[in-house]
Design a protein around this ligand. Structure first.
Ligand SMILES: NC(=O)c1ccc[n+]([C@@H]2O[C@H](COP(=O)([O-])OP(=O)(O)OC[C@H]3O[C@@H](n4cnc5c(N)ncnc54)[C@H](OP(=O)(O)O)[C@@H]3O)[C@@H](O)[C@H]2O)c1
Length: 272
């Protein structure tokens, strides 16, 4: 089974932009609540702090699912493998569970970096591989370049953004979508709908938004520094949104709100 679809790993804990004691406190709280999937990246400059917290958290390594992502500056023959080896050393592990390409390259030519990712996989540096911030067209192209499953395309995914094109590409290519910015960094709280729906279920606005994502078939990444939010974001398996409530939330995707705007980073592709 795709590692992302194991029940516990469907609710991942993100580490950006945390570092040091704040990150340590958040990871410890997340472990206590039951999170077992953790998301970091070379770009976050917190792999060593993440590795230390996870090495000392008391949960056996084989129960954890650790994701890291290769920085686009390392998409060269000279740097790719050594950068992944440096990530593994920082994370204090021999092999990462999921290794992603963090962004498509700035020139949009995805084949060379996918081949480098494939060779890191062949060397045994990662149990599974995937991509992040790919467009639907890139997902289709990737499928024809890489001969092993890509376990995810991690993208901005929340109820204020219509990502139906990516969901269609996921169904077509077999590359599942997973989410980041799952509550749109708090923007969802400006819409009363989520709190209103939550009242029916005895759940908060954030829990409703996260549950909507899961019911779309999309595994989550959330991040919080507050133990009560860390817990709330995990406690979303004990209710089911009705099809009517799912449709009401579907309608808010027309808001078209994006955290990552075109041109914000050199690698941002032309979004679908
Ligand atoms: N692949 C990529 O390019 C990419 C890009 C961005 C992020 N990511 C990953 O995805 C993870 C999550 O995304 P994100 O952190 O950008 O966005 P997010 O989860 O939508 O938002 C995080 C913010 O929401 C607040 N929050 C969290 N849960 C809450 C709750 N239940 N109630 C009220 N406020 C809540 C947090 O503040 P408090 O601390 O006050 O709770 C935090 O400021 C990141 O940590 C990172 O690992 C990946």
């Amino acid at each position: 089974m795709n590692i992302y679809f194991q029940k516990t790993f469907q609710r991942g804990f993100g580490t950006y932009p945390l570092k040091g004691n704040e990150l340590r406190g958040a990871i410890d709280a997340a472990i206590d609540v039951g999170y077992r999937a953790f998301d970091t990246a070379q770009m976050y400059a917190n792999e060593a702090d993440t590795g230390e917290a996870l090495a000392e958290c008391g949960v056996p390594r084989h129960e954890l699912c650790i994701t890291t992502k290769v920085h686009p500056d390392n998409y060269t023959e000279e740097k790719f493998v050594s950068s992944v080896e440096a990530s593994l050393e920082a994370l204090k592990i021999d092999c990462v569970d999921i290794l992603l390409l963090h962004w498509p390259p700035a020139n949009g030519e995805i084949a060379p970096s996918l081949r480098l990712l494939r060779s890191a996989f062949a060397k045994g540096l990662a149990t599974s591989i995937g991509v992040s911030n790919y467009t639907a067209a890139m997902m289709r192209e990737a499928r024809s370049i890489v001969d092993v499953p890509l376990v995810t395309n991690q993208v901005e995914f929340h109820p204020l953004l219509n990502q139906e094109k990516l969901l269609a590409a996921a169904a077509e290519t077999g590359i599942p979508i997973s989410s980041y910015a799952s509550i749109a960094r708090g923007e969802i709280f400006k819409h009363r709908l989520f709190a209103d729906i939550g009242e029916t279920y005895g759940k908060s606005a954030a829990q409703v938004a996260l549950r909507w994502i899961l019911q779309k078939g999309v595994p989550l990444n959330t991040m919080s520094t507050k133990p009560e939010n860390i817990r709330a974001n995990f406690e979303i398996m004990d209710f089911t949104l009705s099809s009517i409530d799912m449709s009401r939330i579907d309608a808010t995707t027309a808001t078209g709100y994006r955290i990552i705007k075109p041109g914000q980073l050199p690698w941002v592709p032309e979004w679908d």
